[in-house]
Design a protein around this ligand. Structure first.
Ligand code: SF4
Length: 369
């Protein structure tokens, strides 16, 4: 059983983050913020897939203006992602975002306005406080404050943490504690070390992510190791998988990481064997078909699909449903008990029948609870 770090709690819209609440999966809108129709489409998809919070880029005034048209129709609370210009943060708050993400590394003193970065942050903090919304201090290895780059030479994990803590202390001095922190690095080892160090120094909830983790297998691996290692140690209150890919993939992978560590019980956990020379059915085809059947199932069910009797019955004992291949046929088990034997071309139909029974039972159990 993983013992979680218990942090303070922040509230983004109606979503509680930290304090031992369920780990929140989030993603980020992947189109220009001014493209309101597409933004709303992506937000709808994100909600359907189970995201609880979405971040949205606010790179300029047009984007900040667009927020006013998006927020009233957004199905999820939005976090405005602000870099460089503190005025955009003020505009986003005015548009009623549910939270801010600011990057302390690139909100700098400005001679033009005769304002220090402290002055600018003070204005943002005051507005956030008045609107009762939290701020994520989002330090990132790719945009670390210049003074830490000078001190450490490159974005080490110590540099990320020191930068974040400096910012936390500034906000605390202003009497603001509604804080969430991230210290993302594209280097998995630095990312893990940074969060571990940070977790020992602050009481605030942590937003986990391996920044710019890439796409495909390498992106999955980096994100899963980075986020998964920290969650295994009980660290992390909300996660965002950052992939050069769709929000669908980010959210699905986020949930898979949570499921693999037992943080999330929603949906089907699929166990399938890697296949070998003992294979007795077309397992690749069978697994694809089973995946389609379980895709939208919300109940907490374990399904095992095994190629032969070597490990099949053993996995079947642990699974709610198991399909075990055997010489052109499939044996269906429920909780380890054989319930059906079907010819290979009828396995999926037999599986569906048993799956529906199990879903119905789970629903009944939930009603009783
Ligand atoms: S279950 Fe059977 S087919 Fe699958 S990997 Fe194990 S031995 Fe091979």
């Amino acid at each position: 059983m993983i013992k979680r770090r218990i942090s303070r709690v922040v509230k983004i819209g109606d979503v509680l983050i930290g304090g031992g609440n369920p780990v929140v999966v989030q993603s980020m809108v992947k189109c220009p913020t001014e493209d309101i129709e597409e933004v709303l489409r992506q937000l709808k998809v994100a909600k359907e897939l189970g995201a609880k919070v979405m971040r949205i880029a606010v790179p300029d005034k047009q984007a900040a203006e667009a927020l006013k048209k998006i927020i009233p129709y957004s199905p999820l609370p939005l976090v405005a992602d602000i870099h460089f210009d503190y005025k955009l943060a003020l505009m986003a708050i005015e548009a009623k975002v549910s939270a801010l993400r600011i990057n302390p590394g690139n909100i700098l003193d400005s001679n033009q306005e005769n304002l220090t970065r402290y002055d600018k942050l003070e204005q943002v903090v005051k507005a956030a406080k008045n609107s009762n919304i939290p701020i994520r201090i989002g330090v990132n290895s790719g945009s670390l404050h210049p003074k830490y780059l000078e001190k450490y030479g490159y974005p080490t994990y110590e540099a990320l943490v020191e930068s974040a803590i400096e910012e936390v202390q500034i906000l605390e001095k202003m009497g603001f504690y509604d804080i969430k922190i991230s210290v993302k690095s594209s280097n998995v080892e630095d990312m893990i070390s940074a969060y571990m160090l940070l977790a020992s120094k602050v009481p605030y909830p942590l937003h986990l992510g391996v920044t710019e983790s890439g796409s495909g297998i390498s992106g999955y691996v980096k994100s899963s190791i980075g986020i998964g290692t920290l969650l295994y140690h009980g660290i992390g209150d909300t996660i965002r998988v950052s992939l050069t890919s769709s929000i669908e993939e980010e959210i699905k992978l986020g949930y898979e990481i949570l499921k693999a560590l037992g943080y999330e019980k929603r949906g089907v956990e699929l166990i399938s064997c890697p296949t070998c020379g003992r294979l007795e059915v077309n397992l690749f085809d069978l697994v694809d078909k089973v995946k389609k059947e379980i895709e939208n199932v919300q109940e907490n069910i374990t399904v095992a699909v095994m190629g032969c009797v070597v490990n099949g019955p053993g996995e079947a004992r642990k699974a709610d449903i198991a399909v075990v291949g055997g010489k052109g046929k499939g044996i269906i088990y429920r909780k380890g008990k054989m319930v059906k034997v079907a010819q290979e071309n009828q396995i999926i139909e037999a599986f569906k029948e048993v799956l529906n029974q199990v879903i119905e039972e789970k629903k009944q159990e939930e009603i009783k609870v």
